[in-house]
Design a protein around this ligand. Structure first.
Ligand code: ADP
Ligand code: GLC
Length: 488
């Protein structure tokens, strides 16, 4: 069969720009599609901070100063490319300093809709300028969710896209890109009002993600459980009705672990490497991490790790009622790395001040430290309110750090409850979103920890679990093949 041409467009691609799992997943998709000999093009913005980075960017002369009309405004964009580390794959960067030269990846600025509207259109125009006809346009989250509609409207005239089919992956329904309907002009969609969700328009709104859900040929989300959950009241965040209507076109595909990045026996970002067969390095990682952060090191005291965006999604409001109790009563250590809402940063700073020898908190984004925490900790905390997939619990399994997670979304699909009787299972789960339920899960974990034989069995089960992209990518390829019509 002919290789597929896949255009993959995203606001985040690791390692160039990352705030969370979206970046890891897009990179893994690109690498594994390429490994399967498909022809992939990845397109993302050239954010201001990339200028100060160590990557080598090459300007593409043919793709310079391309004008784009956006309502009353006009922008010019150029294209640069760089190699995706550890693959031959090249990534295309849309350069438009006026829109992307900002402090962060995301902003609260009034032209946020344009930053990602332009990205979505520029990706299609790159195809036009290079006469590259994608079989699949794969959009990710709200930022690029207008692409299916653009193909049906602004770019519908171009035969280049006649056979193109679209996939929209919902990584997180909590972010929908809701803007004032006045922005339709900037997005060149003013004349397409009839195609938009009328109730929203009447209320003066445009919802990027909802528009994508209406027009993508196929929708995917990042676990089977989340695919079900978003069709319900509690986690559909207002889109459940529409998703139920499109149920036949909605597929749950669990994310994977990129073994080139997350592998304890090869990881160069951690002090000592280790494997399921020889765990000595893991203990060394723990000792050195405790020393670095001024925690009392004791091999008998379990270290609980957590690396996360600090947002309501992640369930941190369950902690204040129980952590001080756990820390008073039990001989445990806790290390948290995260950045996000101030109230959570304040809380963890307070906790670290209250238990200086037991708790450490590092505010900020730090990839090497994220690896080190996975490698050093005995348990990994992820009490998410909702979790589309979650990568950290899978990284934790690989690094022998036993997940304590809420049974929701991808956490439910990837962590199996440990049963001391049979010795089966890989972690500890709780159902109700309450401090008590989490407390009991932590106590269960500490109970098993006290039985070294059972714990060692658990660690072996966890480290042998296989969530490789080699397998998951096949589900995407099958889906693309079903969508892309056979060539004549
Ligand atoms: P989400 O995408 O909702 O943030 P995931 O578990 O899917 O959750 O992915 C989070 C990714 O971001 C992981 O690779 C994790 O290691 C990384 N990450 C999150 N916060 C930080 C941080 N403060 N420093 C370094 N890496 C982080
Ligand atoms: C989102 C979700 C997370 C998922 C990631 C990658 O940010 O919150 O659960 O793993 O996207 O798909």
């Amino acid at each position: 069969m002919d290789p597929l041409k896949v255009l993959l467009v995203s606001s985040e691609v690791a390692p160039f720009a990352k705030t969370g799992g979206l970046a890891d997943v897009v990179t893994a998709l690109a690498r594994h599609l390429a490994k399967n000999k498909h022809d992939v093009r990845v397109v993302m913005p050239f954010y201001g901070r990339l200028r100060r980075s160590e990557y080598e960017f090459e300007s593409l002369e043919r793709l310079a100063d391309i004008p784009m009309r956006c309502g009353d405004k006009r922008y010019w964009f150029s294209v640069a490319s760089a190699e995706l580390p550890r693959s031959k794959q090249r990534v295309f960067f849309v350069r438009c300093p006026e829109l992307y030269d900002r402090e962060g990846i995301y902003t609260q600025d009034p032209d946020e809709h344009l930053r990602f509207g332009l990205l979505s259109r520029a990706a299609l125009e790159i195809c036009q300028w290079t006469q590259w006809a994608p079989d699949i346009v794969h959009a990710n989250d709200w930022h690029t969710a207008l692409m299916p509609l653009y193909l049906r409207t602004v770019y519908a005239w171009d035969k280049l896209f006649a056979r193109t089919r679209t996939v929209l992956t919902i990584h997180n329904i909590g972010y929908q890109g809701v803007v004032s309907a006045e922005k339709l002009r900037d997005l060149e969609l003013e004349n397409e009002r009839r195609l938009l969700y009328q109730e929203d328009l009447n209320d003066g709104r445009l919802n990027f993600l909802k528009t994508g859900i209406l027009y993508a040929d196929a929708l995917t989300t990042v676990s089977k459980t989340y695919a079900r959950e978003i069709q319900g009241e509690e986690l559909g965040m207002g889109l459940q009705g529409l998703l139920r209507q499109r149920d036949d076109h909605l597929f749950g595909i669990v994310n994977g672990v990129d073994h080139d990045e997350w592998n304890p026996s090869k990881d160069t970002l951690i002090p000592a490497r280790f494997s399921a067969r020889d765990l000595r390095g893991k203990l060394q990682n723990k000792r050195e991490l405790c020393e670095k952060f001024g925690l009392d090191f004791d091999p008998r005291a379990p270290l609980i790790g957590c690396v996360s965006r600090l947002t309501t999604q992640k369930g941190f409001e369950l902690l204040p009622d129980i952590l001080p109790v756990v820390l008073h009563r039990e001989d445990v250590r806790l290390i948290v790395l995260g950045t996000g809402e101030e109230r959570y940063e304040n809380y963890f700073n307070w906790l670290a001040g209250a238990f200086p020898r037991k708790v450490a908190f590092k505010a900020g984004f730090d990839n090497p430290l994220a690896h080190w925490i996975e490698a050093a900790s005995d348990m990994y905390l992820m009490p998410s309110r909702y979790e589309p997939c979650g990568l950290n619990q899978m990284y934790s399994l690989r690094y022998g750090s036993i997940p304590i997670v809420r049974r929701t979304g991808g956490l439910a699909d990837t962590v199996r409850a440990f049963d001391s009787q049979s010795g089966e299972g890989t972690g500890f789960l709780f159902d109700d979103f309450t401090p008590e339920a989490l407390y009991h899960a932590i106590l269960r974990a500490l109970g098993v920890w006290r039985d070294p034989q059972a714990w060692s069995r658990l660690v072996q089960n966890a480290m042998r679990e296989d969530f490789s992209w080699e397998r998951q990518i096949q589900h995407y390829i099958e889906l693309y093949r079903r969508l892309a019509p056979p060539k004549r």
